[in-house]
Structure formats: C-alpha cells, structure tokens
Design a protein around this ligand. Structure first.
Ligand code: TMP
Length: 212
C-alpha cells in the first residue's frame, strides 16, 4: 500500500439488529473487488484471548456485571485485539473493518447503562492511548425495526439484546448525537430496509472519504 493510500481503520457502529455484520462483509467484498486488501473483525473479540473474554460478556443474565466491570472487560478484550489483530494488519498494509469498537463502550456501558464517561475515558487512555478510527459508519434503524430483525435470528447468544426498549432507545440517541458531534470522523447511515441500498450508502461514504 503506498503512502498516498495508507491502510485505513474503519468501524461500524449502531444498536442491535442494525445489520452491521452483513454490511461489514459487503464492504470487505467491495474493497477486495478494487484490489484493496482488508480484514473483517469484531468486538468484543477478534483475537483468541478477546473471543474468550467475549463469552463472559455476551452470555448470561443482563445484570451479571455492573457497567464498570463491563467497561474493564471490554477494554481488556480491546487491548488484546488491537495488539494482536488490528495493528499487525494495518502495519502489513491491510485495511481493517471492525464490527464495533470504543464508541460502543461509551454508548452501551456509558449512555445506556450509566458508567461515567470520564471513567471510560481514563481506561481508554490507559489501554489504547490515542489509537482511533479513520472512519466510523453509524448504522441507524428505529428500535421497533431492529427488534423485528433480532427476533428473526436463528440463535440469540447476546445478553445485551435482553435489555428493555428504553435501553435500546438510549443507545440509538447516543449514536445519532455522536454522528452530529463528531461529523469529521462519523457518518450516519440510514439502515432501514433493503440491504443493497444500505451498502450503496456505505460505499459512497467510504469512497468519498478516502478518494477511491
Ligand atoms: P454483537 O456482536 O451482536 O454486536 O454483540 C456484541 C454485544 O456487545 C452487543 O450487544 C454490544 C455489546 N458491546 C458493548 O456493550 N460494549 C462494547 O464496547 C462493545 C464492543 C460491544
């Protein structure tokens, strides 16, 4: 990869059932089709150790952990993921597409579950320092439509899906406000309806941000 077009770190964010995993795969294919090497990864997880920590986080009852403990576990997983998967890929010239990253911690553990944002910021600084994304795509879908998608899934492993509607509304509002507040880094994607239409919006955002 030349210096004019360095490897980029792109994340997809949003609430449950917003279609992130499907869109991450489609974006990966679109980049490959243009000869851009890339990997798709996810959080929590994305490295063997982080996948082990993921099990602690997504299984069990909603009240299993306090939001502060969740924050610590998320960053324990993240620091391993960054060191063992994300940084090595970027250094080898591959773009990284990641299904969720630190914005999810501010949204889920902070805005939705009530952990103090300064507490999260201090843990972030102590673990990943100033490592940030180049572009964050925020997939936005009304909570009722997202719930319909969650219910049609073959298996529900995820304890966060068991929180109530108000929790999911807080998440949605947090992500929408983030897109406005950090408009340099974030693009809000209308993720209702047709998968193909959503992919096209995402491709336009990526192509225009990185001059593809
Ligand atoms: P997902 O793979 O379906 O997105 O599931 C991961 C779950 O973990 C999802 O419900 C969101 C949650 N999560 C957090 O609460 N905080 C975080 O920092 C991350 C990365 C995910």
């Amino acid at each position: 990869m030349s210096d004019a077009n360095p490897a980029r770190f792109i994340t997809l964010e949003g609430g449950e059932g917003a279609g992130k995993s499907t869109q991450a795969r489609r974006l990966s294919e679109a980049l490959h089709a243009r000869g851009i090497e890339n990997i798709v990864t996810r959080e929590p997880g994305g490295s063997p150790g982080a996948e082990d920590i993921r099990k602690l986080l997504v299984e069990g009852e909603p009240g299993r952990w306090t939001p502060e403990i969740e924050t610590l576990l998320m960053f324990a997983a993240r620091v391993d993921h960054v060191a063992r998967t994300i940084r090595p890929a970027l250094e080898s010239g591959a773009w990284v597409i990641c299904d969720r990253f630190t914005d999810s911690t501010y949204a889920y553990q902070g805005a939705a579950r009530g952990a103090d944002a300064d507490f999260i910021r201090r843990i972030e600084e102590a673990t990943i320092g100033d490592f940030r994304t180049d572009l964050t795509l925020i997939l936005d879908v009304p909570v009722e439509e997202a719930f319909g998608r969650i219910e049609s899934r073959a298996h529900a492993e995820n304890r966060f899906e068991k929180f109530d509607c108000a929790f999911h509304e807080r998440l949605r509002q947090y992500f929408r406000q983030l897109a406005q507040r950090e408009s340099e880094r974030c693009v809000l994607i209308d993720s209702r309806g047709e998968t193909e239409r959503v992919s096209q919006q995402i491709w336009r955002a990526v192509a225009s941000r990185f001059n593809l």
